[in-house]
Design a protein. Structure first.
Length: 248
């Protein structure tokens, strides 16, 4: 839920994920956070609703959350079995704090004055420039594809077929585009190529195979094994769901 609600791009979310790991979050929690986060931010959800409709957007969010939870459980199981190394952060011996009382104290300590809300809105407007910059890049790229790639060729390469699913996965792996930039392209796959599974795969496979993410995970966990297990665990789930969305 935290991953879905945080309004951060696929690269910015990595910094939060590394801090969670350093503070003692389990490997499964961190992976669930990283998988569910990048394109499920509030701003991108609104953009997706405008581009592909509320129904597809809600389904994509629920499916990405499902993959995040399943992947997190698998990672925690692999750690408990000794297949993957555990975090080097030692667990505290104190009793874990209850969530609801902690949330109440957090809300009570927040400042809700007009000046605080004004500063929040101003900071949000300033930080949104990065989102709009990447979104503009994605729109330009999607428009260029529409202008220079004929419809029949586009549907032949990226249509709702096994070959189209493979090509989408390949391009999602190669193209190093932030989540804001990938959203218009994924929406184009849903609407123009009539391949909702390909649109979902483009969004999720780009996360699971992002080499920046893999390298950051490797540097944070000091383990190539953990970093490479991200695409190994998440990508098959993404492809299966993409196949189901296309053909059923």
């Amino acid at each position: 839920m935290a991953g879905v609600l945080l309004d951060l791009c696929s690269h910015g979310i990595l910094m939060v994920g590394t801090k969670l790991y350093e503070r003692g979050a389990s490997l499964g929690q961190v992976m669930a956070f990283l998988i569910a986060s990048p394109w499920n931010s509030l701003s991108l959800t609104i953009i997706l609703v405008a581009l592909i409709g509320f129904g597809w957007t809600l389904l994509f969010i629920l499916l990405s959350m499902t993959i995040g939870v399943i992947s997190g459980l698998i990672f925690d199981k692999l750690v408990s079995c000794g297949t993957l190394p555990a975090s080097g952060v030692s667990e505290t011996e104190s009793e874990p704090e209850k969530v609801l009382p902690a949330l109440k104290r957090l809300i009570a300590s927040a400042e809700f004055t007009p000046s605080a809300i004004g500063r929040l809105l101003l900071d949000g407007l300033k930080d949104s420039r990065m989102v709009f910059r990447w979104l503009f890049f994605g729109l330009v790229l999607a428009t260029a594809i529409r202008a220079f790639v004929p419809m029949d060729t586009y549907q032949a390469f990226f249509g709702p077929t096994l070959a189209g699913l493979f090509m989408t996965t390949l391009f999602a792996t190669i193209i190093e585009v932030c989540s804001e930039g990938s959203t218009p392209i994924a929406a184009d796959l849903v609407t123009r190529a009539a391949a909702p599974g390909n649109g979902f795969v483009f969004l999720m496979a780009g996360i699971a195979t992002d080499y920046t993410e893999v390298m950051v995970i490797k540097d944070t966990t000091k383990s190539w094994k953990i970093a490479l297990f991200l695409p190994l665990i998440a990508l098959p789930q993404v492809l299966i769901i993409g196949f189901i969305l296309n053909f059923f």
